[in-house]
Design a protein around this ligand. Structure first.
Ligand code: F0G
Length: 347
């Protein structure tokens, strides 16, 4: 398969001397959700970004950011992260032969993401603070040292992440009526909006979708209109109190005719379990915020019957095995006998 950068090279700021650092990212499936569609009376599809090489959408931006870092002669990259950015940065830096450091909030990173950063050889630094604290520190650090910041403040990250919007349009033949997406540091929703606009300008799509962004209720600065000092949510990926691209994201939602809203942890976990049990799709809790939000929007009448809606499932469920296990029925332990197993299977 062609690297994502090569597939959409016309839309990306590549030069002949930019190397392509790729792990086969992008090209993720747009999976219909028939049960949810029937229940809501709308056509719902999931953009399953968990199918990227490191299991999240971050790879779209990281292939660009790391390729550009190499072109510009960087030898090291750094990011603050709730987990997925660090996993992706670690993998792409390993691929490119760069040194990588990741700064994470203590104890609030899902196990799979931490394992990824460690296995790829990142220097993992855990701060006694939030993601927002970590981002503030790394922003100051890159002012002092020649090290490339690969958070979504990096424009190349946004350039690369726009490709998800291109793929949605290519698969549907046009933009959908609406796009539902979780919002953390607000880079991804901003990238989608830029992507849909670029595609329409290039006449590869005829229309623009309404963008609906969803934050976790305990970490909803854009809904509340002010930073949240101590964000809390089961959706650790979006446990962010002061999004770097908050203003840009709010403008995107407003200009598109959409809106921002909060979903509670229990709504997130309900959507998460529903996707896994009824649609066969395992995403991480933050990703399920898009579906929890769609359900709210549809019930509020914001989605017209028969409209096509894409929910972005940003990361794979395997990222966070602990949340999956804690919220499921316990495993039953049995003696190793036919009777016991027969009884348990058919009970
Ligand atoms: N979903 C997942 C699974 C994420 O990891 C993130 C962000 C988001 C949604 C929100 O995207 O920040 O562009 O609005 N994760 C970042 C990280 C913050 O460090 O991995 P956003």
């Amino acid at each position: 398969m062609k690297a994502l950068i090569d597939r959409y090279r016309d839309f990306l700021p590549m030069t002949p001397s930019t190397p392509v650092v790729s792990l086969g990212e992008g090209g993720t499936p747009l999976v219909p959700l028939p049960r949810l569609s029937e229940r809501l009376g709308v056509r719902v599809l999931a953009k399953y970004e968990g199918m990227n090489p490191t299991g999240s959408f971050k790879d779209r931006g990281m292939t660009m950011a790391v390729s550009k870092a190499v072109e510009e002669g960087a030898t090291a990259v750094i990011c603050a992260s709730t987990g997925n950015t660090s996993a992706s940065a670690a993998a792409y830096a390993a691929r490119a032969g760069l040194t990588v450091a990741v700064v994470i909030p203590e104890g609030k990173i899902a196990a799979g993401k931490l394992a990824q950063a460690l296995v790829h050889g990142a220097r993992v630094l855990s701060l006694d603070g939030s993601f927002d604290d970590a981002l503030r520190v790394v922003r100051e650090l890159v002012e002092r040292h020649p090290i490339s910041l690969v958070n979504s403040l990096n424009e190349y990250r946004i350039d690369g992440q726009r490709t998800a919007a291109f793929e949605v349009c290519d698969d549907l033949g046009d933009a959908p009526d609406a796009l539902c997406i979780p919002v953390g540091n607000a880079g991804n929703i901003s990238a989608y909006w830029l992507g849909f606009q670029a595609y329409r300008e290039a006449e590869r799509a005829r229309r623009l979708p309404r963008l609906y962004g969803f934050q976790a209720a305990g970490a909803a600065p854009l809904v509340e209109g002010a930073p949240v000092a101590r964000p809390e949510t089961v959706a650790t990926a979006i446990r962010i109190g002061n999004p770097a691209r908050g203003e840009q994201a709010l403008a995107a939602m407003r200009d598109s005719g959409g809106a921002v809203a909060a979903v509670t942890d229990s709504q997130i976990l309900e959507a998460y379990a529903m996707l896994a049990r009824e649609e066969g799709i395992f995403c991480e809790p933050a990703s399920a915020a898009s579906v929890a939000g769609l359900i709210l929007r549809a019930r509020a009448g914001d989605i017209a019957p028969g409209e096509t809606v894409v929910c972005v499932l940003t990361g794979h469920g395997l990222k966070d095995p602990d949340t999956a296990i804690v919220n499921a029925e316990p495993v039953r332990r049995l003696p190793a006998t036919l009777d016991a197993v027969e009884e348990a299977v058919f009970a």
